[in-house]
Design a protein around this ligand. Structure first.
Ligand SMILES: Cc1cc2nc3c(=O)[nH]c(=O)nc-3n(C[C@H](O)[C@H](O)[C@H](O)COP(=O)(O)OP(=O)(O)OC[C@H]3O[C@@H](n4cnc5c(N)ncnc54)[C@H](O)[C@@H]3O)c2cc1C
Length: 389
């Protein structure tokens, strides 16, 4: 039987496997990471490459090293090499390439690749003193299971679902089957969304020079450096812990997450592209969408007119409902596991949901606060989990 089975080997699951391996001096005989991809963080890299992002939004102290300055030190060793680049007002936001090279070095040093098992978790049950995880390739028993599954469902507006069903070319940048780099040429593409990923995707498509690019957003650009105020990385967490009502915690998280915002540098870049006629920005919401002949789709924008396109790219983020879907809903009913009225887990200070099941990432939001989904959230969650390791 395993000591730890981590479901999800993205940013959070990989960081936890690294910390557990280091603190417990344990390897693949005691710790395993179940994930559909062979490579650690594969899903996140796919999403990042689809947006075309070159730099992280967060500072270098939000890294997957053992201590917050690990990435900074790694960059110093690589000084002079093209990947050791930073941007931002404090020149501390690492390039994606640098972040990735740092993660690769940790994965190699700790042999984290050997801990990975390829597959999807399909069901959670209890067996004697263990949690049993049914996967698409057999069952696994572990004393502790950590759900580090990230945000599992991309948000699809209803009209886009209908348009795709009618045969139009519609894709979401966070879906497994979407790859921006291999998109066939288009005449006019529309990117739907108003946050950093939408702005970056529009810029990335415009740089391909295939055809026209419109960014369709419901609101003016809202500028913010981070997607959560830095006080949620530490300083305000005491106040969060003193809120006992999960409903109040959820309301605070909604208020404090800067959804649909763009860092000033990306906003400037977008405005420059607009001035140069390389990207058009339309402020409107889609009322109706219709597939026309010859691969075209018409979007009805109400008072803002219509838009005819041959490619719709959704950058509308993730579904805010509790991640996991049917198999986790079933575990919540069968085990049972307690949830707040927003559907998210009610957990204790060690992120224990019940029956040996722990959570991190979005599922730990009601305990870790507004930055739970971010890289710093992995560090905050792992600290809690170490208390029971
Ligand atoms: C484009 C983009 C850029 C971002 N930039 C930043 C940034 O600069 N700074 C920052 O702090 N945050 C950033 N974020 C937010 C956050 O860091 C990321 O969302 C991060 O990936 C969260 O890590 P995670 O491990 O929770 O999720 P993921 O990295 O998505 O990992 C979850 C893993 O679980 C797997 N999984 C899901 N369900 C199952 C199952 N049933 N069985 C087995 N495996 C399963 C998935 O396949 C995936 O591999 C960004 C997010 C995006 C999308």
């Amino acid at each position: 039987m395993l000591d730890w089975l981590i479901i999800g080997g993205g940013v959070h699951g990989t960081y936890l496997s690294s910390i557990l391996a280091s603190r417990l001096g344990a390897g693949a005989d005691r710790i395993r990471v179940l994930d559909p991809d062979d490579e650690p963080l594969a899903r996140w890299y796919r999403c990042a490459h689809n947006t075309g992002m070159e730099f992280l939004r967060s500072p270098d102290v939000h890294c997957l090293g053992d201590h917050p300055f690990a990435l900074h030190e790694f960059a110093r060793e690589k000084r002079g090499r093209a990947l050791a680049r930073f941007t931002g007002p404090y020149r501390n936001q690492p390039s994606l390439e640098l972040f990735r090279a740092h993660v690769d070095s940790i994965v190699q040093e700790r042999s984290l690749g050997g801990m990975r098992l390829r597959g999807w978790a399909r069901r959670l049950t209890r067996s004697r003193r263990a949690v049993r995880v049914e996967t698409d390739d057999g069952t696994l028993d572990a004393r502790r299971v950590v759900l580090a599954i990230g945000s599992t469902r991309s948000a699809w507006p209803w009209w886009a679902v209908e348009l795709r069903a009618a045969g139009a070319r519609v894709g979401h940048i966070f879906d497994r089957d979407f790859c921006r780099a291999s998109l066939a040429p288009w005449t006019r593409a529309v990117v739907v969304g108003g946050g950093i990923s939408a702005a970056q995707t529009a810029l990335a498509l415009a740089s391909r020079g295939h055809g026209a690019v419109t960014l369709l957003t419901r609101h003016e650009l809202r500028e913010q450096n981070f997607d959560a105020h830095p006080c949620w990385f530490g300083g305000c967490l005491g106040a969060f812990a003193r809120l006992f009502d999960p409903g109040l915690r959820r309301a605070l998280i909604r208020r404090e997450r800067n959804r649909g915002t763009v860092p000033p540098a990306i906003a400037r870049e977008l405005r420059r592209h607009v001035d140069e006629g390389r990207v058009e920005v339309r402020l409107a919401a889609v009322r109706r969408a219709q597939r026309l002949g010859a691969g075209l789709a018409r979007l009805d924008l109400g008072d803002a007119g219509t838009l005819e396109v041959d490619l719709v790219v959704l950058a509308t983020g993730f579904d805010p409902a509790r991640p996991g879907g049917d198999w986790l809903d079933r575990a919540v009913d069968e085990l049972p596991l307690s949830s707040a009225s927003c559907g998210y887990p009610l957990v204790d200070g060690s992120l224990h949901w019940g029956h040996g099941i722990h959570v991190m990432g979005p599922l730990a939001e009601l305990e870790i606060g507004p930055a739970a989904r971010n890289i710093i959230g992995a560090r905050l969650a792992a600290e809690r989990l170490m208390a029971v390791a």
